[in-house]
Write a protein that binds this ligand. Structure first.
Ligand code: RTP
Ligand code: MG
Length: 148
């Protein structure tokens, strides 16, 4: 089954949105197979956002993402990469529709609460940054049969 990397950014943690956000993914029917809280350092941020190195917003992005703890998770489900991106909404919350996480909870592009991998390749790369194989749980839920 497909997996993606989702992360509640420091503003989401500070604004007490952890439970709210995780609840949305659970209710959708996506399975949490990895979950932890951590504080990113600069090296980790540069690795995660390597594709944005040198862009005008890069320094601000690194200082934002390292400004406090984040909640890292791996979600599993059919088409989960695209589904998590759709649930998060557009990068700039001004363009994110109501009902999306960014649409409902954010205003600034530089404080947009949540991350999700943009492709299966990105998901595999990002999951490996944050989780070891043994930290991910492969398990069956009774609900699986009701979701699929
Ligand atoms: P993310 O990687 O965080 O899930 O967001 P995304 O794919 O929707 O957007 P991406 O292009 O990967 O940008 C990464 C993060 O950089 C910040 N950003 N700021 N000031 C700006 O113009 C700007 N553009 C991007 C956002 O926090 C974005 O989520
Ligand atoms: Mg991105």
């Amino acid at each position: 089954m497909e997996r993606t990397y989702v992360m509640i950014k420091p503003d989401g943690v500070q604004r007490n949105l952890i439970g709210e956000i995780i609840t949305r993914f659970e209710r959708k029917g996506l399975k949490i197979v990895g979950l932890k809280m951590l504080q990113m350092d600069r090296a980790m941020a540069e690795k995660h956002y390597a594709e944005h190195t040198g862009k005008p917003f890069f320094e601000g992005l690194v200082s934002y993402i390292t400004s406090g703890p984040v909640v890292a998770m791996v979600l599993e489900g059919k088409d989960v990469v695209a589904t998590a991106r759709a649930m998060n909404g557009a990068t700039n919350p001004a363009n994110a529709g109501p009902g999306t996480i960014r649409g409902d909870y954010a205003i600034e592009v530089g404080r947009n609460v949540i991350h999700a991998s943009d492709s299966i390749d990105s998901a595999n790369r990002e999951i490996a940054i944050y989780f070891t194989e043994s930290e991910l749980c492969e398990y069956k839920k009774v609900l699986d049969d009701w979701i699929y």
